[in-house]
Write a protein that binds this ligand. Sequence first.
Ligand SMILES: [Zn+2]
Length: 253
Amino acid sequence: MTKFTRLALVAAISASFGTAAFALEHGSWSYGGNTGPHEWSQLSEKNKLCQSGLQQSPVSLKSKKAKKVKATDIKLEYRDSAAKMVNNGHTIEVDLPGDGNDIKIKGDSYELAQFHFHTPSEHELDGKHFPMELHMVNKDHDGNIAVIGVFIREGKENKALASLFSKLPGKGADGVAVRINPADLLPADHKGLFYTGSLTTPPCTENVHWLVLEEPIEMSAEQIQAFRKEFPDNHRPVQPFNGRKTVEEDNAL
Ligand SMILES: [Zn+2]
């Protein structure tokens, strides 16, 4: 074996190890079978909380049990933005550039990093699931995460999403440049439930601030079908609530 072939061999072996490790940590989970939600914690050491965490999401929310509060000091400043829509193999995700799409929670600024969709809904509201759920993922400079959850029921065509849902990228396809004002995706009524939970995908990171709005937005049957053609079911089942508190505010945003 020449020195060159030996080097090439070593490179090939480390490349394949690198790929395997990457696939295990980032790409191997799914929503069914032996890489589905009940197995996530087994797939990587980093996913331990998916099994052992006591503040996991999604949950079954009960509006009657929530403590009513007057004001939670959240200011929403979303605006018309250029964004990139990708199919990451788990959902359709719209990545924002991170300039100026802010929510301020008690003075702390969180930037909208991305929004994405699940079907059926991940959270339950008063015992009810919805056909879909939208998650708007906001992050502050220290890596704290605040997610706004919006239920989607079947109804009129969603005009704000019309151009996006007419060109959903397939798995492995290139991202699509889009324009969207994320504020247009919120319902008119901003009554919402706050609780502390987690990411609903591996690694199931906790201390996520959740705000789930109670009024659903609408999408047409065709729009829901277009998503389900790519992702027939990409929801994690509800997790134990473990005595956490829920707070309800009439005008949360
Ligand atoms: Zn989500």
